[in-house]
Write a protein that binds this ligand. Structure first.
Ligand code: GAL
Length: 415
C-alpha cells in the first residue's frame, strides 16, 4: 500500500514537473522587488505590453517584497550561486553591477545598444554607470531621486512652521519646536532607510564635491568635515523615531500622512504611493523639497534589467530588455511607478505634478548630479555591506569614531 502511494505521488510530481518545464519554454521569469502600490502596476503595464507583443509567451512575475531589494537581493544571490537565474533581474545602475560582471553572471549587451540606438537616447553619465571594461551590461527603465524630504503642508501649518528646513541645522531647530508640540520630527523605517538618511545628511553637510570625493576614496572618513557631518547625523537620529522605526518605507510615510511625524527622507517612489494609495495631491495634500542642504543637487539612482548568463530563453530576455528600453515601455511604466524615464527623448508631457518637477530638475543643466549609496551607484556590494554592518552598530551605540575608522578601513579592503 505504502509503495503504491509513493508510486502515485512520484507519478503526479513527475507529471507536474513535466508540465512546469513544458510551460517554462514559453515563459519569461522577471525578478524584481516591485510588489508595492504603483511599482507593481508599472511592472504589470510593461508585462502586459510584452505579452501583447509576444503572443503565447507568459510573463512570470517573480517579485520578492521588501523596500530597496532588502529581501530580493539575498534570495537572488543564492539563485545566482546555484546557477538558477531568472530570465532577467533588477539591478541598480552603478557599482552594484560590478560583482555580477566580474563573476560572469550577466551578459554583455553592447550589441543591443548598437542595434537599438540606445547609446544615443540614454544620458552619457548613465551609460557610463552601466559600462564595465568597455562593455554595457544592463538596460535602464527609469531615473529616481533619493535626496528628498516629504511632508504635509497641513502638519506644517498646524505647527506654525513656514516651510521645510533648508539646512540640517535648521531641521534641528525645527525639531525642538516639533518635540515641544508632541510630535516626532522625522519618521524612519528599517536599516536601509537609515542608510538612505545617512547619504542625504552627508550630501547636505559636505556638498556635492566632497560627497563625490568621499565615495571615490579621495576624502577620509576620519577628516573633521566628515566627523562634523556624522555628528549631525547622530543628532538627526536622536529626534527621529528610530527606536520604534516602521517596518518599511510605506509605513514610514504613513506616519507623515497621519501627522504623528512631520518629515520623512525617502526617494521619489514615495510620490506614487502618496498619490495613488493615499489619494493625496502634490503641493496641497503632500509636498516635497530637496533634503536639507542639497537643493540644486540630484542624488540619482536608476533601476535596470539584465540578461543573466544561463537564462532559459535569452531570446525572450532580449525582447523583455527591448520593452524596458523602449519609449513605449518607459512611458507605460514610469508614470505609474512614480519615476521619470531614462530615455532623453521620452514625452515630458506624460509626467505631471511631482514627476513633472522631477523631470525638469533632471534635465536642467544647472542641476548637479551625484549617485546614491543606498541604491547602488557609488559603492560596490562588498563595501555597501560593510557600511550596513558598521551603521547598524553606530545607530545602536552612537560610537561615531568607531564607525568612521571601520568604514575608512573597509573602503580600502573592498576595492
Ligand atoms: C529602490 C528602487 C526603487 C524602489 C525603492 C523602494 O532601491 O530603485 O525602484 O523600489 O527601492 O523599494
Amino acid at each position: 500500500m505504502a509503495i503504491l502511494a509513493i508510486l502515485v505521488v512520484s507519478l503526479i510530481c513527475g507529471l507536474s514537473m513535466f508540465a512546469v518545464r513544458g510551460a517554462s519554454n514559453d515563459q519569461l521569469e522577471v525578478y524584481s522587488w516591485w510588489t508595492g502600490p504603483g511599482e507593481e502596476e508599472g511592472l504589470a503595464a510593461m508585462a502586459k505590453s510584452f505579452e501583447g507583443g509576444n503572443p503565447g509567451v507568459r510573463f512570470v512575475n517573480a517579485a520578492v517584497s521588501g523596500g530597496a531589494g532588502s529581501n530580493a537581493k539575498a534570495i537572488l544571490a543564492s539563485r545566482l550561486l546555484a546557477n538558477d537565474p531568472p530570465d532577467s533581474y533588477q539591478r541598480h545602475a552603478g557599482l552594484e553591477l560590478l560583482d555580477d560582471v566580474r563573476s560572469g553572471k550577466v551578459q554583455d549587451l553592447s550589441d543591443m545598444y548598437q542595434q537599438q540606438g540606445w547609446t544615443k537616447v540614454f544620458p552619457k553619465g548613465l551609460v557610463s554607470n552601466l559600462t564595465i571594461d568597455g562593455k554595457i551590461y544592463a538596460v535602464p527603465v527609469n531615473i529616481h531621486r533619493a535626496n528628498l524630504m516629504w511632508y504635509t503642508p497641513k502638519t506644517l501649518r498646524e505647527l506654525g512652521l513656514s516651510g521645510p528646513p533648508k539646512t540640517w541645522a535648521e531641521f534641528l531647530q525645527q525639531a525642538e519646536v516639533i518635540k515641544a508640540k508632541g510630535k516626532v520630527a522625522l519618521a524612519l523605517g528599517p536599516e536601509w532607510t537609515q542608510k538612505h538618511l545617512l547619504e542625504t545628511v552627508l550630501l547636505g553637510e559636505l556638498g556635492a564635491d566632497r560627497y563625490d570625493q568621499l565615495w571615490a576614496g579621495q576624502m577620509s572618513w576620519m577628516s573633521p568635515d566628515v566627523g562634523a557631518a556624522l555628528a549631525t547625523y547622530a543628532k538627526v537620529l536622536a529626534v527621529s523615531d528610530v527606536k520604534s522605526a516602521a517596518g518599511d518605507w510605506q509605513p514610514q510615510l504613513d506616519r507623515v500622512v497621519s501627522g504623528s511625524a512631520v518629515y520623512a527622507v525617502m526617494g521619489d517612489w514615495s510620490s506614487s504611493y502618496l498619490e495613488q494609495t493615499k489619494g493625496l495631491h502634490w503641493q496641497d495634500g503632500y509636498n516635497v523639497a530637496a533634503s536639507p542642504g542639497s537643493d540644486g543637487v540630484y542624488d540619482f539612482l536608476s533601476d535596470t534589467f539584465t540578461l543573466p548568463t544561463g537564462a532559459r530563453r535569452p531570446d525572450l530576455s532580449r525582447k523583455w530588455l527591448i520593452e524596458c528600453g523602449s519609449t513605449d515601455g518607459q512611458n507605460l511604466f514610469n508614470p505609474l511607478k512614480g519615476s521619470i524615464p531614462a530615455r532623453t527623448d521620452a514625452d515630458a508631457g506624460l509626467y505631471k505634478d511631482y514627476l513633472g518637477w522631477a523631470l525638469q530638475q533632471w534635465r536642467d543643466p544647472k542641476v548637479r548630479i551625484v549617485g546614491s549609496l543606498t541604491h547602488g551607484v557609488v559603492a560596490n556590494n562588498a563595501y555597501n555591506a560593510e557600511i550596513d554592518s558598521a551603521l547598524g552598530l553606530f545607530v545602536q551605540d552612537g560610537d561615531q569614531g568607531k564607525f568612521a575608522r571601520t568604514v575608512e578601513q573597509q573602503f580600502r579592503e573592498t576595492q
